[in-house]
Write a protein of this length. Structure first.
Length: 129
């Protein structure tokens, strides 16, 4: 993404997809044209749209390890790594993963004078700049 003179990008991490999407929808409703939500991974590979149950909008261990957008590109070792994450079983997950970790990245392009307004919306939905 290339910014024009006087533009700023605001990057914010969110622990949940729903809160990131709600913030993005509000910002789009306010007239911001460039608003994007991406999944990010602690393991260093791309986080495509990983939804195993589109009705509920949640991820399952099978969705994470077998059916993700880039599953065809994952080695057996990478699938094992995903499957062994404490969030899959819930064991040892206290203070880990969804509790404060930024698994979703919201990117907004705005003018210099609107950064405060964007920050206010991000913080209202639990994001961190």
């Amino acid at each position: 993404m290339r910014l024009n003179h006087g533009e700023r990008s605001v990057l914010a991490g969110f622990p949940s997809k729903d809160s990131a999407r709600r913030a993005a929808e509000e910002l789009e409703g306010m007239g911001y044209d460039t608003v994007r939500v991406d999944r990010i991974s602690r393991y260093g590979f791309s986080g495509g749209e990983i939804i195993d149950n589109p009705v509920l909008g949640n991820e399952s261990p099978a969705g994470l390890t077998l059916f993700s957008a880039e599953a065809g590109d994952l080695s057996v070792n990478e699938r094992v790594l995903r499957g062994s994450d404490p969030l899959v079983s819930g064991n040892g997950a206290a203070g880990y993963g969804t509790e404060g970790e930024a698994a979703f990245l919201l990117t907004v392009v705005t003018g210099e004078g609107n950064v405060g307004q964007v920050t206010e919306v991000v913080e209202r939905y639990g994001g961190r700049i």
